[in-house]
Design a protein around this ligand. Structure first.
Ligand SMILES: Nc1ncnc2c1ncn2[C@@H]1O[C@H](COP(=O)(O)OP(=O)(O)OP(=O)(O)O)[C@@H](O)[C@H]1O
Length: 245
């Protein structure tokens, strides 16, 4: 693992009226990471992800992706990122292939071959011709990931990727993330499932009430505290009132 930053935010701040949803957040996702972005409901995870993917503008602070400033070098920066922020929307009456082809039409250089490769990567090649309305939630999630991979990004950002999935669907998506990381991709994923993050992630950041409370390698964070699990460390850090499962 090289430790080179692929995504860095500095002093990122976003207010909604009186409420400061993101308050001076500086995170660092390094090449080769599966970075778990942890926090209870309403702590600011999705807002940070929306800011980091250019879906929303910060009030202050900056985002750098692969060294490019997201505001001043948007195209160079965003070209390195694939993301699923809200549930990916598909046309249910179209096949998986045709849905991805429509997405690929918007990406210079991406054609049928890119679509086929993305479907193979997520293990949906056998179902390429089936209509999306026949897909399970887990298959839709993998199809969403295929869409995020079409332009072969270095960094994939996923907002709660296992939300709503059954144990089998969760396992498939986690195995896929690990395999793609082993093939050279970097991941950032938000979650409030502490056990899942502890199993899957190399580094974590914990956000609470809009502030980043800690960040680092899971084993280093555990070593530097009395806590024996990420869950114990989380509650030690944010207090037991935080609604995290
Ligand atoms: N568009 C918006 N307008 C007003 N307030 C917002 C908006 N988006 C988010 N917020 C507020 O900002 C805070 C952080 O929300 P955010 O969705 O980032 O949290 P989260 O950690 O992703 O939560 P969850 O785990 O429930 O998805 C919350 O108090 C939320 O109500």
């Amino acid at each position: 693992m090289s430790g080179r930053p692929l995504l860095e935010t500095r002093e990122l701040t976003k207010r909604f009226g009186e409420r400061t949803a993101v308050d001076g957040v500086g995170i660092r996702v390094e090449e080769g990471d599966i970075y778990g972005f942890l926090g209870s409901n309403g702590s600011g995870k999705t807002t940070v992800i929306r800011l980091a993917t250019g879906l929303m503008h910060p009030d202050s602070g900056e985002v750098r992706i692969a060294g490019h400033n997201l505001k001043t070098e948007f195209k160079q920066a965003i070209g390195h990122v694939g993301a699923i922020v809200e549930n990916p929307a598909f046309y249910p009456h179209l096949s998986a292939f045709d849905n991805l082809k429509l997405m690929a039409n918007l990406i210079p250089g991406a054609g049928r071959r890119s679509v086929q490769q993305a479907l193979e990567t997520v293990g949906l090649q056998e179902r390429a011709g089936d209509k999306v309305r026949s897909f399970s939630l887990g298959m839709r999630q993998r199809l969403g990931l295929a869409g995020a991979l079409l332009h072969r990004p270095k960094l994939v950002i996923l907002d709660e990727p296992t939300n709503g999935l059954d144990p089998q669907g969760m396992r498939e998506i986690k195995e896929l993330i690990v395999r793609l990381r082993d093939e050279g991709m970097t991941f950032m994923l938000s979650s409030h499932l502490l056990h899942e993050v502890e199993q899957l992630c190399t580094r974590v950041g914990v956000v609470h009430r809009g502030k980043l409370l800690m960040e680092g390698k899971v084993e280093d964070l555990l070593r530097s505290s009395e806590a024996r699990s990420l869950e114990a460390l989380f509650f030690e850090t944010v207090g037991s009132g935080a609604a995290v499962r």
